[in-house]
Design a protein around this ligand. Structure first.
Ligand code: SF4
Length: 356
């Protein structure tokens, strides 16, 4: 057991020494071919020379066919929305595979990406600190428009002073505002967390309900927040469609949808329900650390050979490494403190990056 965990940990650091060795061995091809790939991008259509991205994907078989149309997909949301509007039902709709890709191939490719990410981030977990469903609910509401780190720095004082929904509901708003000020939009957030605390105290006996339909009725709680709570505090599968999730699934051409509810339905159809929560963590971890919005670190990306958007970011391995983001003092792709369940299962933290 321990061996297995260690093995997976070793893979978990795409830019770390161990991971880099594996990742290089496994995925060196796309990285090296990166430079020509970028320049050759227009040539892809002219077809004279095989582009690096295509060659890289060719190694992996089916993924190749999808290398050609990728960038367009991300750029034409209006069309996608229009197409979507016609397809009336949101839930349980089969995803629309990219051109030329069968639904089966799409499912296989998506699951393979998730499996790879599971190896890279075996300890993926919600990055908000919480000790009970109430704390997670409040922390998730506070995380809008700010970082989880900032929220984690703010909530200890909040929960020390107001440990229960009843306490927070009865608080002096000005005092709560003062505590929440560092998270931004602190007046609106104060209103939300006090409002939802009041609703919890009055309608749910001070307990956070474990049903989606109840959660979304609470002030300031949408489907995204509700799924975070259901998945991580109640163990009920849910897909968290945040900004990272939306960006990455479109880059991977898992769906062309742009509406979060429709993305949730389309991606949900690609995976068994039991995988939804961890899938969300994997994707969000990857979006925060490697596949950034503006400068994805393609040259240091462990799933590059499977990615139709390879080349959208920096493909030079050395330059790409510099784009990777870790928490200050932390390890690649990991917070300072992996979850206890991961350590209990024999998992060990990855070594820190040399020179960081
Ligand atoms: S970093 Fe690049 S190769 Fe990796 S998933 Fe993002 S776009 Fe694809």
């Amino acid at each position: 057991m321990k061996k297995a965990a260690e093995k997976s940990t070793a893979k978990s650091t795409p830019a770390g020494k161990t991971a880099s060795a594996k990742s290089t061995a496994k995925k060196a091809a796309p990285a090296k071919k990166a430079a020509p790939a970028k320049k050759a991008a227009p040539a892809k259509k002219a077809a004279p020379a095989k582009s690096a991205a295509v060659e890289a994907a060719a190694v992996k078989g089916a993924a190749v066919k999808k290398a050609a149309p990728p960038k367009k997909v991300t750029v034409a949301p209006e069309k996608a929305i229009a197409a979507v509007r016609k397809a009336s039902p949101v839930k349980a709709v089969a995803p629309k595979p990219p051109k030329g890709e069968s639904n089966t191939a799409l499912v296989r490719r998506a699951r393979r990406i998730n499996r790879e990410l599971a190896e890279v981030y075996p300890y993926a977990h919600p990055e908000l600190d919480f000790e009970n469903p109430f704390q997670l609910l409040v922390a998730t509401v506070l995380s809008a428009q700010t970082t989880d780190l900032r929220v984690n720095q703010t909530t200890p004082a909040l929960f020390a002073k107001y440990p229960t929904p009843e306490d927070l509901a009865a608080a002096d708003p000005e005092e709560v505002e003062e505590i929440l000020r560092p998270t931004g939009f602190f007046r609106a957030k104060t209103k939300s967390v006090m409002g939802l605390s009041k609703a919890l105290a009055e309608e749910f006996d001070g307990e956070v309900p474990g049903r989606l339909e109840d959660l979304v009725k609470l002030p300031g709680v949408g489907r995204k927040t509700a799924f975070v709570v259901l998945g991580n505090a109640f163990g009920r599968p849910g897909i968290t469609v945040d900004t990272h999730f939306q960006r990455l699934v479109r880059r991977w051409q898992w769906t062309e949808e742009t509406d979060p509810d429709k993305i949730e339905a389309a991606v949900g159809a690609l995976f068994p329900k039991s995988e939804w929560t961890m899938l969300s963590h994997h994707v969000i971890f990857h979006g925060r650390r490697i596949c950034h919005a503006r400068k994805p670190a393609c040259g240091a990306c462990p799933i590059a050979p499977l990615c139709p958007a390879y080349g959208e970011g920096e493909t030079d391995p050395e330059k790409a490494k510099k784009l990777l983001k870790y928490e200050k003092g932390g390890f690649p792709g990991q917070r300072l403190k992996p979850p206890q369940s991961y350590l209990d299962a024999g998992g060990t933290p990855a070594p820190p990056l040399a020179g960081r």
